[in-house]
Design a protein around this ligand. Structure first.
Ligand SMILES: [Zn+2]
Ligand SMILES: [Zn+2]
Length: 185
């Protein structure tokens, strides 16, 4: 059995839409290669940095991913392919003395990526009314929601409140503002 510790630059597209390993970022691989009858059994522990976008607040998410996999790389012809078996194509074959780990690394990492990354577990997201970041706006942030059918009434009530300060008898018409009524005794 042989073990290797490798650090390789991440290939492009080691990612899903919302999060992934930035291209060229260091991917650490602890690889174990074991010779067995059918070929080489490779197991690896992968560790890599992640950068993504929080699905709630669209802020940056930075994280790490740690996954492992075990994959058989068979000698050509060592495993009989059953034409009725859909999974037969999944068996990797050794090409010469090479074990090409990239596809296995890609599969393991991409499958383990979070579909809904959060910048933090309790991210409050954005205000649906104005788009403010609720993590920064605080818990008091909110908007008065007024049913449109009540809007006119609320408007009238608000005006009355304003008039209370300047007029003691808001219901009495001011004669100066209503010249038509000047002749009324
Ligand atoms: Zn967030
Ligand atoms: Zn808001």
């Amino acid at each position: 059995m042989r073990t290797y510790t490798l650090e390789v630059p991440a290939p492009a597209d080691l990612a899903i839409e919302v999060i992934g390993v930035p291209e060229g970022a260091p991917v650490t691989l602890d690889v174990r290669l074991e010779s067995i009858v059918e070929g080489v059994l490779a197991s690896a522990e992968i560790s890599a940095p992640l950068v993504g976008e929080c699905v709630r607040c669209l802020g940056e998410v930075t994280d790490r991913i740690d996954v492992d996999f075990t994959e058989l790389y068979a000698y050509p012809g060592a495993i009989e392919h059953d034409p009725d078996d859909d999974e037969a194509d999944e068996v990797h074959e050794l090409t010469g003395d090479f074990v090409d780990l990239e596809q296995a690394v890609r599969d393991a990492v991409v499958l383990a990526l979070p579909f809904q990354p959060y910048c933090r577990p309790d991210c409050k997201g954005l205000c649906p009314e104005c788009g403010a970041d609720l993590n920064e706006a605080g818990t008091e942030h909110g908007h008065e929601k007024i049913d449109a059918r009540w809007a006119a009434l609320v408007d009238a009530l608000t005006r009355d409140d304003e008039h209370d300060e300047t007029s003691e008898t808001p219901q009495a018409p001011r004669t100066s503002d209503t010249p038509d009524q000047q002749d009324v005794p």
